[in-house]
Design a protein around this ligand. Structure first.
Ligand SMILES: C[S@@+](CC[C@H](N)C(=O)[O-])C[C@H]1O[C@@H](n2cnc3c(N)ncnc32)[C@H](O)[C@@H]1O
Length: 215
């Protein structure tokens, strides 16, 4: 029996790649060899695709709440034979806590995670202590947490939030104005660069002595 695919948002709700129910085991997606990376809020997917092309050892999980974009990016990866990328659609705040195993991820990226300017929208923000705890659980010792934004005040808030976690090290000498070290740019990053808008970046490294257990 054939099912009809609706049009518009409903269509994407039906087509978007969803995560499995319950626990999401990374080794069901990716081989144990190689570096597992996670990008939160992949948007139109430019970073993910460029990164997979440049880093031949990287296996990348993208999490994107917008079903349309999750679908389009996953379709593009399939079309272009980019098989080291998986996209799942959903709220990263609900998905990250379900991911296992602990200490299996080499890098976690947040590119321009919070587009809201107004203070009254602060509660909508994605990047904060709860997500950092989830990231810490998943990162390997020596693993990297990267976040970038074009709002300087926000970058300072992110850095202050990260600094509350003794297992994460920020290179204070680096400041917030260093080059993206990953050889790939997100759509928003490229646009900011083209428009001459400064970008503020934070790279935190998980302590080699930290565990992946409850933090
Ligand atoms: C400002 S856009 C940046 C998109 C992309 N990272 C870039 O730099 O071009 C923020 C992205 O995060 C996604 N997003 C927002 N909240 C999210 C959440 N709770 N879980 C997953 N993705 C989320 C949005 O749908 C959007 O694609």
């Amino acid at each position: 029996m054939s099912t009809t695919i609706e049009s518009g948002p409903l269509k994407y709700a039906q087509l978007a790649p969803l995560p499995p129910e319950g626990e999401i085991h990374l080794y069901d997606f990716f081989p144990k060899v190689g570096d597992i990376e996670i990008e939160i809020g992949t948007g139109r997917g430019m970073f993910l695709i460029e990164r997979a092309r440049i880093a031949s050892n990287a296996y990348i999980l993208g999490i994107e709440i917008k079903k349309k974009w999750a679908y389009k990016v996953s379709q593009r990866c399939a079309r272009e034979g980019i098989d080291r990328v998986r996209i799942v659609s959903g709220d990263a705040r609900a998905i990250l806590p379900r991911i296992s195993p602990a200490m299996s991820v080499r890098r976690i990226y947040f590119h321009f995670p919070d587009p809201w300017w107004k203070k009254r929208h602060a509660k909508r923000r994605l990047f904060g202590s709860d997500l950092i705890k989830d990231c810490l659980r998943l990162l390997k010792p020596g693993g990297e947490l990267f976040v970038q934004t074009d709002v300087e005040e926000r970058a300072r808030e992110y850095a202050a939030c990260i600094a509350n976690f003794s297992e994460l090290f920020l290179d204070a000498d680096k400041g917030l104005r260093f080059e993206n070290p990953y050889g790939a740019r997100s759509n928003r990053e490229r646009r900011a660069e083209e428009d001459g808008i400064p970008i503020f970046r934070i790279l935190a490294v998980k302590s080699m002595r930290a565990s992946g257990g409850d933090l």
